[in-house]
Design a protein around this ligand. Sequence first.
Ligand SMILES: [Zn+2]
Ligand SMILES: [Zn+2]
Length: 256
Amino acid sequence: MNPIRATILGASGPYPGSDDLPSVIVCYGRTRLLLDAGEGTQHRIHEAGFSVASIRYILITHMHGDHILGLIPLLQSRSLSGTETQVTIIGPEGIRDYLLENFKLLYFRPRFDVAVIELKGDDELRLSNDVVVQAIELDHGIVTYGYILCFGDRRTLAYITDTRPLPRKLSSIIEEPDVLIHDATLSSNDSDLALEYKHSTAAEAAHVAKEVKAKTLLLFHVSQRYRHCYEDHLREARKIFKYSWIARKFMRIMIK
Ligand SMILES: [Zn+2]
Ligand SMILES: [Zn+2]
């Protein structure tokens, strides 16, 4: 049984000059899959000891810059590396145009085929014999998808950002995920901002984790405003769900 290894490449909400924008690389057997590609993702892929050439699937949650502005540079580096293996990019409607327009304006023709899948709803996609992706439409003001990665033997990693909490919907789709990475941009003291910007608080993320019976919760996309008080953020979640952690850049998670 292959272990599933996930490495957080960026975990915080956007702030000026950030080198910690959302991205997670997931390795299972020979499959290398990337969740989101915030600006600078390719540099952090190298720093974490991976190669851009090895990435075969890229899943983008939504078209906000902090989740996608690293995509084109990553594809350019992948092309420069000389690899000719196809990459498959999955994301919301509009991502095909985004890629084609950029390729055209930058006079960039990748050396490899780029397959693009634009999601139409809560689609289920089989990536290989033993990796299935379930997309879930979230609640973030623009079309946004969460992704549940299911590995052959029922091991599951769920990546749910950016969104208001959706405990009922998620619990009807995800069951006992090994790891739940969930939006926890704000603390309960700033719940008005969570409502306004359609994000979740640490407590709301913890409620979702409890509802879906997650084994581990990683609080993700946490705003920099809490950088001096992560402990409070964590305490807020742990009051509700004991197995909570704050996702940090280069944190490695293994699911055996
Ligand atoms: Zn967003
Ligand atoms: Zn974001």
